[in-house]
Design a protein around this ligand. Structure first.
Ligand code: SDX
Length: 432
């Protein structure tokens, strides 16, 4: 098949440049713009990377107009219904659904890497009791590189695999320790007899003075939320992990950079901001007043949990989580949850408002997730930490894909310069 090209003519110099066009297996093709700088001496300009493919990937595909999300080709709706987070983690890391033997080995390896070095646990004592859990988790993950020197050769596939299992296994333990530190309660050690989400809930809620039974409804709800949050193509935090990792830094530092990027309210921090927003709105009567603020650019108020850079239709994850809310709340005996009722009305009213319609702003993954986190007892300050636990799988999958690519180069974007032209230094006495 002859390769397509995009022909550009620079009218000023009457020079022509041919840009190769590469098709993906599905979705938009890409234009290789390298010849633009090489032959015409110009850069492309795309702040926010709204139209820029920064890499080639085989992990996740999103169709924002059709509201499609595929993990290694499998629709997220099917994985949400039929799979588990541990199986989805294997799929994202290895590219195929595991055999029984493969998932048993993977599950066993994860379960036997859940403890963290006791010195790492002592790091938490250095934080003030009211430190935000994301600050503690990002700091402790970054510090892991001081403990695991045996997995620092990023070009050794076995060491990459050991790193992947370690960070996926330990991030729940670190998250739970941050929560326990905030409560002033003793840390709860992981249990190898529990599945991934039951173990996390046990570490979050168990106390030494009495046995703690994990609620299977809560564990199942968390597992489903983790599947939906596991990966999402080149979002801000995943792109951060790729850019940091492209320098050859150790993988723990790259993941810690991703955690920091996820924290922002425009990204993973939105789930925490949605609950704060719902509580500020308080009642259905206040919705119109809030929406007028969200539509007023000068207010700096946004309808949190709404809008998405890629989805210009429903975020498929939001639809699944909204349905989950109905089931989880009724199974937990909280179907009259006032915040959920308020969120449903807020969505209904916003989706009839011209401002949101014409800008194609729909609920995203963060709009309803906090309702479920709250219902299973997760404190609001831990919502984004939950997101980080799940997204660690995606970050690791993308980091591995990039490092294993022999064509990997350090990421180094350029700019358009609009500052002063060259000028000479002036002594202070001659300045105005
Ligand atoms: C996640 O990238 C990913 O895949 C992220 C994520 C993942 O899984 O990794 O899906 C997870 O981060 C979901 C998004 C969570 N964030 C929020 O819910 C915060 C609220 N949403 C926004 O701030 C915003 O919608 C973004 C950040 C999500 C997207 O921003 P864009 O693509 O830069 O869109 P934009 O700011 O250019 O908005 C386009 C227009 C603007 O109005 P105009 O200038 O055209 O008049 O829509 C308006 C914006 O003012 N707008 C909103 C709005 N979101 C966009 N107005 C009010 N409320 C909002 N939420």
């Amino acid at each position: 098949m002859t390769q397509k090209t995009l022909e550009l003519v620079d009218r000023a110099s009457d020079r022509k440049v041919s840009l190769p066009v590469r098709p993906g297996t599905i979705g938009p093709s890409v234009v290789d713009i390298a010849p633009l700088n090489r032959e015409l001496g110009v850069f492309t300009y795309d702040p926010g990377f709204g139209a820029t493919a920064a890499c080639e990937s085989r992990i996740t595909y999103i169709d924002g107009d059709a509201g499609v999300l595929l993990y290694r080709g499998y629709p997220v709706e099917q994985l949400a219904e039929k799979s588990t987070f541990t199986e989805v983690a294997y799929l994202l890391l290895h590219g195929e659904l595991p055999s029984r033997k493969q998932i048993d080995e993977f599950t066993s390896s994860i379960r036997h890497h859940t403890m963290i070095n006791e010195s790492l646990l002592r790091f938490f004592n250095g934080f003030h009791y009211d430190a935000h859990p994301m600050a503690m988790v990002s700091a402790v993950v970054a510090s892991m590189s001081a403990f695991y020197h045996d997995t620092m050769d990023i070009y050794n596939p076995r060491q990459r695999e050991i790193f992947a299992h370690r960070i996926i296994a330990k991030i729940p333990t670190i998250a739970a320790a941050a929560h326990k530190h905030a409560l002033g309660q003793p840390y709860v050690y992981p249990r190898n007899d529990l599945d991934y989400c039951s173990n996390l809930l046990h570490m979050l809620y168990a106390v030494p003075c009495e046995p703690y039974e994990v609620d299977p409804v809560a564990a199942q709800a968390l597992d489903l939320l983790f599947i939906l949050h596991a990966d999402h193509e080149q979002n801000a935090s995943t792109s951060t992990v790729r850019l940091a990792g492209s320098t050859g830094t150790n993988p723990y530092a790259a993941i810690a950079a991703g955690i920091s990027a996820l924290w922002g309210p425009a990204h993973g921090g939105a789930n925490e901001a949605v609950l704060t927003m719902l509580e500020q709105i308080g009642t259905v009567d206040n919705i119109p007043k809030f929406l007028s603020q969200a539509k007023d650019k000068t207010s700096h108020v946004r309808l949190m949990g709404f809008g998405h850079r890629v989805y210009k239709n429903f975020d498929p994850r939001a639809k699944i989580i909204r349905e989950m809310c109905h089931k989880v709340l009724s199974r937990l005996g909280r179907s009259d949850n006032p915040l959920f009722e308020l969120a449903l009305r807020l969505e209904e009213i916003a989706l009839q408002d011209e401002y949101f319609i014409e800008r194609k702003l729909y609920p995203n993954v963060d709009f309803y997730s906090g309702i479920i986190y709250s219902a299973i007892g997760i404190p609001r300050s831990m919502f984004t930490v939950m997101f980080a636990i799940a997204r660690t799988v995606g970050w690791v999958a993308h980091w591995q894909e990039m490092i294993a690519d022999p064509a990997m180069r350090i990421g180094r974007p350029r700019q358009i310069y609009t500052g002063p032209t060259r000028r000479d230094y002036r002594e202070i006495g001659s300045r105005a």
